[in-house]
Design a protein around this ligand. Structure first.
Ligand code: URA
Length: 430
């Protein structure tokens, strides 16, 4: 260890609001990954960064150090452009399931390394694993082979991809240091740059159900990530999208897969269809294979994207025709009065689904495949007293009460004049 750069000095420097040098950052990230810096020291540094921030150079160097902690995948042998999408996480956000096969159906390769859910936001891998047989753990060789044969893969990032981030993220999760823009941006972008994608579209969620509650925070996070991507030679664009209200009509695992299938069969909720099409247009443009909106819409309605979905599911060991798991118990929550639904809170719906068993409290906990919340109305819809507003689904009925309590203040019923429609796509940052 270089004595000039002991962990205590690095922590002290950031604690006192100083900039860290490139050398200090490279050293401490490497030493922490190898176990030469203790978790309590890294916790202190993460809190100092949380409170003091990092400038653009420090964030770029921190990201590079996390990339350097593992391998960088190389898709140049594929002979076609690659593009990925990352969402910062929301409620009912199953867009990867519709988007990845849709984009791949235009001949662009989509290496989509995804995560599991933690807390109230769902994880793409948990959703896919509700498909009987679906395997999310692929080797680097299998990822490349599937991209060659099918053109799309959605799986977990291997342990050798930005291992420093895996270790640091677990620590941040238990030290209240997740919600830091420099740490979130470097965490996401280290994985995406190491993954080897040529282009990247970021879906940065803003609103009650998102990490970023305000537009200004979301904009700063998006710009930081776009800059990191471009500096690393990845063509990166971000859309800021609304997450005050859940996407679609389902928050859970298998029930969101079912909704994705509805979209891939040419139907499904209009917000999911519109967001899928907007993100697909951005991805195809960024990959250098632009397609018009009508062409993309047609690929959803004529079965072109569905064929890709079926190929992907089968390639990863899943049975695209198998029935999806169904929760053992269900309970309706009824509208207390008639009127227009004027608010439906994404965070509350996400927490209710999580409490029913769709999500996990700690990394490694199991999730229930059929569990979650079905919504029967969205803001702007007329509702009648006594009609179901939500259906709660779980395998463990003792969870109903907590989920129901969470939903009590999750919505407002008023009249049309109280309804303030919000744009789904708020801003584009490039
Ligand atoms: N997702 C990540 O991958 N990292 C973060 O820090 C937050 C969300």
């Amino acid at each position: 260890m270089n004595n000039n750069h002991t962990a205590v000095e690095v922590i002290k420097a950031k604690r006192d609001g100083q900039e860290l040098s490139d050398e200090q950052i490279a050293w401490i990230v490497d030493a922490y990954t190898k176990g030469a810096v203790d978790p309590e020291q890294m916790s202190a540094l993460a809190m100092a960064i949380f409170l003091r921030g990092m400038n653009r150079r420090e964030i770029a160097q921190w990201t590079q150090a996390m990339i350097d902690s593992g391998i960088r995948l190389d898709f140049s042998a594929l002979g076609k452009p690659t593009v990925d999408k990352h969402s910062t996480g929301g409620v009912g956000d199953m867009i990867t399931l519709t988007l990845a096969p849709l984009v791949a159906s235009f001949g662009v390769a989509v290496p989509q390394l995804s995560g599991r859910g933690l807390g109230h936001t769902g994880g793409t891998l948990d959703k896919l694993e509700s498909i009987p047989g679906f395997n999310c753990s692929l080797s680097d060789r299998q990822i490349l082979a599937q991209l060659q044969a099918v053109g799309v893969v959605v799986c977990a990032a291997g342990d050798n991809l930005a291992p420093a981030d895996k270790k640091l993220y677990a620590l941040r999760d238990v030290t209240a240091t997740v919600e830091s823009i420099p740490l979130i941006a470097s965490s996401i972008m280290s994985k995406k740059i190491a993954e080897g994608t040529g282009a990247l579209i970021l879906d940065v969620k803003v609103g009650s159900g998102a990490f970023m509650k305000s537009r200004a925070q979301a904009r700063e996070l998006a710009q930081t990530m776009v800059d990191l991507g471009k500096d690393a030679g990845v063509n990166t664009v971000a859309l800021l999208t609304n997450m005050d209200t859940p996407l679609g009509y389902a928050a859970g695992n298998a029930i969101e897969v079912q909704q994705a299938l509805d979209v891939l069969n040419g139907g499904g909720p209009s917000d999911i269809v519109e967001l899928t099409i907007s993100l697909a247009a951005e991805m195809l443009q960024a990959a250098g294979r632009p397609a018009s909106e009508p062409e993309i819409r047609a690929a959803l309605s004529n079965g072109q994207a569905l064929i890709k979905w079926r190929e992907m599911v089968a390639a990863q060991g899943g049975d695209p025709d198998a029935p999806l798991p169904v929760a053992k118990h269900r309970r309706d929550v009824l509208a207390p009065k008639s009127g227009v639904l004027t608010r439906l809170d994404a965070l509350a719906v996400g927490v209710a689904a999580w409490r029913l068993g769709a999500g996990r409290e700690r990394q490694g906990d199991p999730v229930q495949a059929g569990t979650g919340v079905l919504m029967h109305a969205k803001p702007g819809d007329a509702v009648t007293a006594g009609q179901p507003l939500f259906t709660l689904l779980t395998d463990t009925p003792d969870r109903f009460a907590a989920a129901q309590a969470t939903l009590e203040n999750a919505y407002d019923i008023g009249n049309e004049s109280n309804h303030n429609p919000q744009n789904l796509i708020c801003e584009r940052i490039s």
